[in-house]
Design a protein around this ligand. Structure first.
Ligand code: HEC
Length: 140
């Protein structure tokens, strides 16, 4: 049988439909946000702004680049708020120490906790090669 344009068109249409179906049937990958107090979280955001953490740190890779991305810092330390409070209180290398009130500390932690629950800063990991180029390094 001779392959005609219409056959190619029909084949591509069917493939397109199957592919679309496949995409729409996949469940959305959204992290479960647990018991977060929205009010505290918003107030925590104001603490974050007040002390200008964004000048050196990124959330979702946006912000200053002197310090590391803090999107997932809460789970990095397994939800141990004292470790994070310790960094803020004591400072570390180029990071100055901050004298937050106990309430400000609590709100800031709520904010970082919610941010962590909302997703990952970057799903990809990169390996720096000896020639300075980067290569994607599997999944996180
Ligand atoms: C002047 C720049 C600067 C500011 C402002 C700053 N930091 Fe940092 N921070 C740093 C640097 C640099 C590091 C990493 C130090 C190192 O390990 O070399 C760091 C590290 C941290 C860490 C540890 C991260 C980890 O992955 O171990 C936390 C948590 C942190 N900062 C929180 C904060 C918070 C909260 C604020 C705002 C109250 C803040 N920082 C403001 C520069 C800053």
């Amino acid at each position: 049988m001779k392959i005609k344009t219409i056959h190619v068109f029909l084949l591509l249409s069917v493939l397109y439909l199957l592919y679309s179906l496949n995409i729409y049937l996949k469940p959305l990958q959204v992290k479960e946000v647990t018991t977060v107090n929205k009010f505290d979280m918003t107030e925590g955001r104001l603490v974050w702004q007040k002390y200008n953490c964004q000048a050196c740190h990124q959330l979702y890779h946006l912000g200053g680049y002197l310090g590391p991305d803090l999107t997932n810092v809460y789970s990095k330390y397994n939800g141990n708020a004292d470790v994070i409070k310790g960094f803020v209180k004591a400072g570390i290398r180029q990071m100055p120490s901050f004298n937050l009130s106990t309430e400000e500390e609590r709100l800031l932690i709520e904010f970082l906790k919610e941010t962590d629950a909302s997703g990952s800063s970057d799903m990809r990991n990169y390996k720096v090669l000896p020639n300075g180029m980067i290569e994607q390094d599997g999944k996180k």
